[in-house]
Design a protein around this ligand. Structure first.
Ligand code: TRP
Length: 340
């Protein structure tokens, strides 16, 4: 108990504070993030830094489960990802920002926990089947099968109780909780059962009207410049029934309007009314959106541009150190419980 208390203090200047949740989340370094990430997950992450103990991991080993044939992009993507996080206001002084592979205790925990995980539990996780259907049998590796277990180890190694994730990750958390329960049942209470929390934000529409997603090529990126944003907004699909300027539009099905709702606060009712009446044409509506988007992204982009790779390295070294202080304790507890 003493031990756990000591580790809890690593991140909180005020000393132990039991009201704080311990938050852990991560992303795979697969490229630049878009405004869906910014207004959804990252906005929340920046808040957690102020209110909770927070751990944010760049999951490079998870990236390797699918990119093992082309690993050369991963390192570059790690830096890009952290720059996006920092630009969005994730505060390295009030959280731990680190790379998964810099914390070897995660992988050691994975070997130990793998002993008690029935293969059938992993095979029935829905993302496993879906990904194999999408990407082919090539990725049906031992490492990929273990993806949700590795994710649990990310969470369990820091004894996080709260894990903010997207809907698609809830099955991984459910799996993780089952593993924790099995462990604690076999060896006595050792690991913390983590709970998932969903982002309050709905999915953001992409430029083509589908959900904004990197693999659809319909994103507006945090790191885009003003002109690129403008071009992307100009190319956006709108209500197909609104052909000429004075045609009435249906904002509820228009992705341009849905982005206005995200960034154009007080002007939204005016835009809705004038789109519906036909008074507002799509060209003007898009110009205003591009302007608003660029204005609200400006501070984020400026912060991003003011940071360099050397600063990122420093932040990551510091983050790994903070996490490892806790990770070695968790691993020791697990080894003791497993009599090894
Ligand atoms: N699997 C998550 C995703 O693809 C990323 C991730 C890795 C993660 N480790 C995690 C998320 C731990 C939450 C907690 O989005």
């Amino acid at each position: 108990m003493q031990e756990t208390q000591r580790s809890a203090d690593v991140l909180s200047e005020e000393g132990s504070n039991s009201a704080k949740r311990r938050i852990m989340s991560g992303m795979r370094p697969t490229g630049r993030l878009h405004i869906g990430h910014l207004f959804g997950a990252l906005g929340q992450w920046a808040q957690f830094c102020k209110t909770d103990e927070a751990f944010f991991e760049v999951a490079d080993l998870h990236a390797l489960t699918t990119a093992f044939e082309h690993p050369e992009q991963i390192r570059h993507n790690v830096v890009e990802l952290v720059l996006d996080w920092l630009a969005a206001g994730v505060d390295p002084a009030r959280s731990a920002i680190y790379v998964q592979s810099h914390v070897p205790e995660i992988s050691r925990l994975q070997v130990l926990l793998s002993m008690i995980v029935p293969v059938a539990w992993l095979q029935r996780v829905p993302t496993f089947k879906d990904q194999i259907e999408q990407l082919g049998g090539e990725i049906a590796t031992y490492g990929f099968l273990g993806y949700p277990l590795m994710q649990l180890c990310d969470i369990a190694i820091v004894r996080a109780n709260t894990v903010p994730v997207g809907k698609d990750q809830l099955s991984h958390l459910e799996f993780g909780r089952e593993v924790v329960r099995r462990f604690n049942h076999l060896y006595g209470p050792t690991l913390v059962e983590p709970h998932g929390t969903l982002s309050e934000f709905p999915d953001v529409d992409g430029t083509d009207g589908r959900k904004m997603h990197k693999s659809y090529g319909n994103t507006i990126d945090i790191a885009d410049d003003d002109r690129t944003t403008e071009k992307k907004v100009r190319s956006m699909v709108t209500d197909p029934q609104k052909i000429r300027r004075n045609d009435p539009g249906r904002p509820e099905i228009c992705p341009v309007f849905s982005l206005h709702e995200l960034v154009n606060g007080p002007r939204v009712p005016w835009i809705e009314e004038h789109c519906r009446s036909g008074a507002l044409g799509c060209v003007d509506c898009k110009s205003e959106l591009a302007e608003r988007l660029n204005a609200s992204l400006r501070p984020v982009r400026e912060r991003r541009a003011s940071l360099d790779a050397a600063q990122v390295d420093e932040i990551l070294a510091d983050g790994a150190q903070k996490v490892r202080a806790i990770a070695v304790e968790t691993l020791a507890d697990v080894q003791t419980a497993m009599k090894i």
